[in-house]
Design a binder for this molecule. Structure first.
Ligand code: BES
Ligand code: MN
Ligand code: MN
Length: 462
């Protein structure tokens, strides 16, 4: 590829200011108050794809938020890259923990990002990473270097489980046909240590409701004699892990694909400092399943976590009360082999079975998705590895990730192609947290590396 770095150098201020404009729109898919903003973001993405050189771009309606689809087909005999990303973002709360407003992007330097980082909700997850692909396309079309066909599918419901995307994919197999799917919605090991995410965990998300007496009660008049739903719920939750932090749901591990000792030894070679890990999180020790390292616990092992728990009185001062109800939102991260619907069912059966007769329990399943593993012995992976090697001066490290993009496994099944996860975020970018940011270095490196993927993928596919 010619002139990549000079093109980026010349246009970087505009690349940043365009992303800043996109980040100003609060496209929070989880909160319907922001509906018009989410729709406005879809329009903005459509416009940006048109400007970047797509021949056709459409906003495809779904039962929820629309999918922006764009394409540039230069020659039907050449390979086709399908880019997936999402334009929706997580809610920004708790707002008081942000140093600057989440939808008023600012550029500030940090220890890790002396070149500056863009602070805003969605900066890294996923507007910034998605927009790298738009700018990479702009570079390739405006310098006449697009080596193959390209399709874009940018959705607006990833952060709420991609519930309508599966229908869209199943109904548009022909339109979406491709030779490889390229996604930047994950991270890399460090700024100077490129890596390719070779796996994502699956997910089962449930909400539980424990009901005791038919009304909130005086905790003196009734305390000790009727079940307190908050006490019961916390006890039930505590019992879901044993003393080794294994999950106690019968059958939970039955289908887990264990890694061989060789694979685990290979994984352990990735650079990792437990000291830095603890320091970055201000914790004195790590915690997790016995027999596994930190990197194993957060990628190749399934987990169960309470994401939120509530019930009873939480206002100012004290109120003596036994609440009628208690609630929790629980997520289980799954690994290859585990079927998410089956795990949801196992959870439900078990949770109902451990409830004392004194309460009623309801388990409401939310969304879920299968885990995914990308093999490294394919043209897509090799093209990505060559691209990183060119721009970082060293080969990327394959690494299993702990997060989930629930729709990825479905892409492989329905569209019959491999998914390459070229993420440019860092763990310290605080995605889903207050002060989310994306390094300017990472953003521009992404724009530089992506066109090389297209080039090598086209060459290696011959
Ligand atoms: N981009 C993330 C997933 C991710 C981040 C994977 C970093 C690997 C490394 C995605 O937007 C996300 O947040 N997914 C959710 C699942 C979804 C159903 C809300 C997740 O992992 O919690
Ligand atoms: Mn994401
Ligand atoms: Mn996310």
């Amino acid at each position: 590829m010619k002139n990549t770095t000079s093109y980026i150098e010349k246009n970087k201020d505009r690349f940043i200011s365009e992303l800043v404009e996109l980040l100003k729109i609060p496209s929070i898919s989880a909160d319907s108050t922001y509906k018009s903003d989410v729709l406005k973001t879809a329009e903005a993405v459509k416009e940006s794809l048109e400007k970047a050189g797509c021949d056709t771009v459409e906003i495809c309606p779904t039962a929820g938020y629309p999918i922006v689809y764009g394409e540039k087909i230069i020659d039907k005999t050449l390979p086709t890259v399908l880019v997936y990303g999402h334009y929706d973002v997580q809610p920004a709360d708790p707002l008081e923990l942000w140093d600057s407003a989440p939808f008023e992007p600012v550029i500030k330097t940090t220890d890790i990002h002396p070149e500056g980082a863009i602070f805003a909700r969605g900066a890294c997850d996923d507007k910034g990473q998605m927009y790298m692909h738009v700018k990479a396309l702009e570079f390739m079309t405006s310098t006449d270097q697009l080596p193959c066909n390209v399709k874009f599918m940018i959705e607006g419901e990833e952060e709420v489980g991609s519930v309508n995307l599966s229908t869209f994919v199943k109904e548009n197999r022909e339109k979406l046909s491709n030779d490889v799917i390229l996604i930047s919605d994950t991270g890399m090991i460090a700024k100077d240590t490129p890596s390719i995410t070779t796996g994502l965990r699956g997910l089962s998300y449930v909400e539980v409701e424990v009901t005791g007496p038919n009304r909130d009660l005086h905790s003196g008049l009734y305390g000790g004699a009727v079940a307190n739903p908050v006490n019961v719920l916390t006890k039930m939750i505590a019992s879901l892990h044993d003393e080794n932090n294994h999950i106690t749901i019968p059958g939970f591990y039955d289908k887990v694909e264990e890694l061989s000792q060789d694979e685990r030894a290979e994984m352990a070679k990735a650079p990792f400092s437990l000291e830095n890990y603890k320091k970055a999180l201000d914790i004195d020790d790590v915690y997790g399943e016995a027999g596994y390292t930190t990197n194993e616990r957060n990628s190749i092992r399934p987990t169960l976590d309470v994401n939120g728990i509530w019930g009873g009185y939480i206002g100012e001062g004290a109120k003596t009360v036994i609440a009628s109800k208690a609630y929790a939102k629980i997520s289980m991260r799954l690994v290859p082999g585990q079927e998410w619907e089956e795990i949801t069912q196992l959870f439900k059966t078990h949770f109902e079975s451990i409830a004392p007769k004194a309460v009623k329990v309801e388990v409401k399943p939310h969304h879920g998705g299968q885990a995914y593993v990308t093999p490294t012995d394919n043209v897509g992976y090799q093209a990505a590895a060559k691209a990183y090697t060119d721009t970082f001066g060293k080969a990327p490290i394959p690494q299993r990730g702990g997060g989930s993009i629930p729709i990825v496994a479905l892409f492989e099944k329905e569209l019959d192609s491999k998914i390459i996860l070229m993420g440019f975020g860092l763990d310290s970018d605080a995605i889903h947290s207050p002060n989310e940011h994306f390094g300017v270095f990472n953003y521009l490196k992404g724009i530089e590396t992506i066109p090389l993927f297209y080039k090598y993928f086209t060459e290696l596919s011959k």
